[in-house]
Design a protein around this ligand. Structure first.
Ligand code: G3P
Ligand code: MG
Length: 408
């Protein structure tokens, strides 16, 4: 179970935004979205839900950040409001990433698709990430289109289409009627995806000129051959993928895309395997890897060396529950008081005050309760945060400087 308490101070968000603004390097050359399967110099970069590790997911601020950090595409999830308007949102409810509990207290746990478009526009989808993003609205498809440019296109995912009946036709209608979509289609800068094969097929039948990719486990060769009849490729979870499947998918004439790759090591590993596209919450990190720049220019020696997500017994048992091991791999002492460890859905563990890590020093940061010592700090939570099937953690200073990224 994950704890979804994602509050953050306004100061953190403001400093984070300021830090990130310094890192906006945009490659000059326009990139083709995908070459033939397995034959690109570098995997295509897709910013997951925009730039979900460093800005609020599924917001224009996040889409713009992905673009400015060098993503080839940014990914959005489409759903339908109760009055039939497309909006961009990932979760099934607004509870995690919006202030729905304040604005509509009686409806906080209701399906996000039960709200009208006008109601959705009243929600704040930025504050959950940080005060600097307060007031970011839930975007429309047009909002996202306006962020694209000749360098950065869009990946539109039909999200949980069973909750949005008719979304395939609505999407096809929207994409068919505006010149900016025609430009994206002409430049091969748009791809539509879904976990739901029937929904993806329905969209494809309506708009065969737009490439589609199916998200899911890699199937057998016969199923790959059938997919190659109408899809461009397959999108799969890199943690569960068999490395041999990359060549097998590509031999079927399909591209192989992987999600959600949130560490430099995993990015390099996936690149070495020859995947066609890497989907990441940190598109700027991947762009730096591809361009030979330092992917973590503000690293200060503080690193995550181990994550113990699933210890024997209860994950939040007193003293011996789940923890993250922080190490000072640098040459100078670092005060890690107030450091923030942030997972992919923006749960945040913190380090208390008074913790100085000498070179080679280690600190275990626990989710649950226990007695603090020089080597152990407890967050005193009652529910687990660390995902037992794997996740990623970004490390920030109290001022929001991004110093490490780790996947497990
Ligand atoms: O697009 C592939 C993957 O990111 C889909 O997962 O749940 O983030 O939409 P989700
Ligand atoms: Mg998605």
């Amino acid at each position: 179970m994950r704890n979804l308490d994602t509050r953050i101070s306004a100061a953190f968000g403001i400093c984070l935004a300021a830090t990130l603004a310094l890192g906006t390097a945009v490659p000059a050359a326009a990139a083709e979205r995908n070459g033939p399967p397995g034959q690109q110099d570098h995997p295509t970069i897709i910013g997951h839900r925009g730039s979900g590790g460093l800005s609020p997911e599924s917001t224009v601020a996040g889409f713009a950040q992905a673009r400015d950090f060098g993503a080839d595409l940014f990914e959005v999830d489409v759903q339908l409001s109760s009055d039939g308007e497309i909006f961009l949102f990932h979760d099934a409810t607004g509870a995690r990433t919006t202030n729905v509990a304040e604005v509509f207290p009686e409806r906080a746990g209701d399906p996000i698709t039960s709200f009208t478009a006008a109601e959705l526009r009243t929600l704040d989808a930025g504050s959950y990430f940080g005060g600097a993003f307060a007031g970011e609205p839930i975007p429309t498809l047009r909002d996202a289109a306006l962020v694209t440019n000749p360098r950065t296109g869009i990946n539109i995912e039909l999200k949980s289409p069973e909750n949005s009946p008719g979304v395939e036709a609505k999407l096809a209608e929207a994409l068919g009627e505006k010149r900016y979509w025609q430009r994206l289609i002409a430049r091969d800068q748009i791809v539509v995806s879904s976990f739901d094969e029937a929904s993806l097929r329905a969209f494809h039948d309506l708009m065969p000129q737009i490439p589609v990719v199916l998200i899911g486990a890699v199937p057998d060769d016969a199923a790959l051959a059938a997919l190659a009849e109408w899809t461009e490729g397959l999108v799969t979870n890199y943690r569960t993928m068999d490395p041999a499947d990359v060549a097998r998918v590509q031999a079927a004439g399909l591209t192989l895309d992987v999600y959600t790759v949130n560490s430099v090591d995993a990015m390099q590993e996936m690149t070495a395997l020859g995947v066609d596209t890497i989907i990441t919450d940190f598109p700027g990190v991947l762009a730096a890897v591809q361009q030979g720049r330092n992917p973590l220019p503000d690293a200060n020696g503080i690193e995550i060396s181990t994550v113990m997500a699933d210890p024997p017994g209860n994950d939040v048992q007193p003293e011996n529950g789940e923890y993250v091991l922080l190490t000072n791999a640098g040459n100078t002492p670092v005060d890690v008081s107030g450091y923030v460890l942030q997972d992919a859905v923006i749960n945040r563990l913190t380090v208390g005050s008074g913790y100085l890590l000498n070179p080679g020093g280690e600190l275990r940061v626990y989710t649950g309760p226990g007695t603090n010592t020089a080597e152990r700090y407890y967050n005193n939570r009652t529910t687990a945060v660390l995902n037992n099937t794997g996740d990623s953690l970004a490390v920030f200073t109290p001022g929001g400087t991004f110093v490490d990224l780790y996947a497990y």
